[in-house]
Write a protein that binds this ligand. Structure first.
Ligand code: ROI
Length: 272
C-alpha cells in the first residue's frame, strides 16, 4: 500500500520566499519535487483516475500555494505543501515534499539547497475522561474541537461510561470514553494539542491523579513505542484500567498493543 507512489520531479515556480527583504521583493526560482503515497491498486486495475490523484491538479495547487504566500523559510513552504495536500486529497496516505532554492543568495557558489519534509496519516486512540462540572459538555466540546483541528479527524467515538475513580478514590465518579482519530500530527504535536484542549477546559493541576474537568490521553499511535520525559506511548497503565479498555474495546477490539502483542479485547478479558 505504502509501496505505491506518484513522483513529481522538479516543478519550477517563481516565488518570493526568503529571509532577506530583497528576496521577498524580487522573487526567485524554487524547484519542487513531490512523492505522493497512496494505494494505487484500484486505479491500476480499473484504469480509473477517480481512484488516484490527478498529478496535474496537484501541481497547479502546489504552484498556487507557493505563489500565494511569502514565507521566510523553505522549511515552512515544505510543511505547508505536505499539510495542504493531505488536507485536500483524502486518498493520500503520505506526502514527501522537497523544495529547492538553487539561487539562494548566500554569496557562495552552490548547485542547489533543499529541504525535504515527509508527513503521513496515522491512527491514534485517545482516552477521554472528566469528573468535574458538566462532564459531558467538557468531553463533547473537546471532541468537537479535535475534529475541527487541522490534521485531525475523529473517526469513531465510544459511548461514555460512568466509572468509579481508580488510583485516588476520594473524588467524584468519572465519565470515560475513547476516540479513534486519523491524524497527520506527529506524536508530540498531538500531545501538545491535547494539552491545549485540556487547558481550554480550564483544567487546573492541583494534585496528581486529582479531579479534573478534562483528561485526554494518547493510548495508541499506530504501532509506535515512545518513552521520553514528555510522552509514553502506548499509555503506561492502560492494561490495568477497565475505564480505558472497556470504551476502547467498543471502537477497536482488535487494535494491537505493540509491546504486549495483545489485542484490546484480550487485555480487557484478562482484566475482568
Ligand atoms: N479513574 C477513572 N475511573 N477514570 C479516569 O479517567 C481516571 N483518571 C485518572 C485517575 C485519577 C488515575 N483515575 C481515574 O487519571
Amino acid at each position: 500500500m505504502m509501496n505505491d507512489y506518484i513522483t513529481v520531479s522538479r516543478l519550477e515556480v517563481y516565488a518570493n520566499h526568503g529571509v532577506f527583504p530583497e528576496e521577498n521583493k524580487l522573487g526567485q526560482k524554487f524547484v519542487i519535487s513531490l512523492k505522493l503515497y497512496l494505494d494505487l491498486s484500484k486505479a491500476g486495475a480499473d484504469d480509473d483516475l477517480t481512484q488516484s490523484v490527478d498529478y496535474g491538479q496537484v501541481c497547479r495547487r502546489v504552484c498556487d500555494l507557493a505563489k500565494s504566500d511569502t514565507y521566510k523559510l523553505i522549511e515552512k513552504l515544505s510543511y505547508e505543501i505536505t499539510q495542504t495536500l493531505l488536507d485536500e486529497y483524502e486518498l493520500l496516505k503520505a506526502v514527501e515534499a522537497t523544495v529547492e532554492k538553487p539561487w539562494a543568495p548566500i554569496g557562495l557558489p552552490l548547485d542547489t539547497v533543499s529541504v525535504t519534509v515527509k508527513r503521513a496519516r496515522h491512527m491514534a486512540y485517545i482516552a477521554v475522561g472528566s469528573n468535574m462540572g458538566d462532564r459531558e459538555s467538557y468531553i463533547g466540546t473537546a471532541i468537537e474541537k479535535l475534529n475541527h483541528t487541522r490534521g485531525c479527524r475523529v473517526l469513531r467515538t465510544s459511548c461514555l461510561l460512568e466509572t468509579k475513580p481508580y488510583g485516588v478514590t476520594d473524588q467524584p465518579d468519572f465519565l470515560n470514553g475513547a476516540l479513534c482519530v486519523s491524524t497527520y500530527l506527529r506524536p508530540h504535536e498531538l500531545l501538545e494539542l491535547l494539552q491545549r484542549l485540556e487547558n481550554e477546559a480550564m483544567r487546573v493541576r492541583e494534585r496528581r491523579w486529582g479531579p479534573r474537568t478534562l483528561d485526554l490521553d494518547i493510548l495508541l499511535y499506530d504501532d509506535v513505542v515512545i518513552n521520553d520525559e514528555r510522552l509514553c506511548i502506548p499509555h503506561a497503565d492502560m492494561k490495568n484500567r477497565e475505564f480505558v479498555l472497556k470504551p476502547l474495546e467498543e471502537i477497536a477490539p482488535f487494535a494491537l498493543h505493540p509491546i504486549y502483542k495483545k489485542t484490546v479485547r484480550e487485555m480487557l478479558e484478562e482484566l475482568v
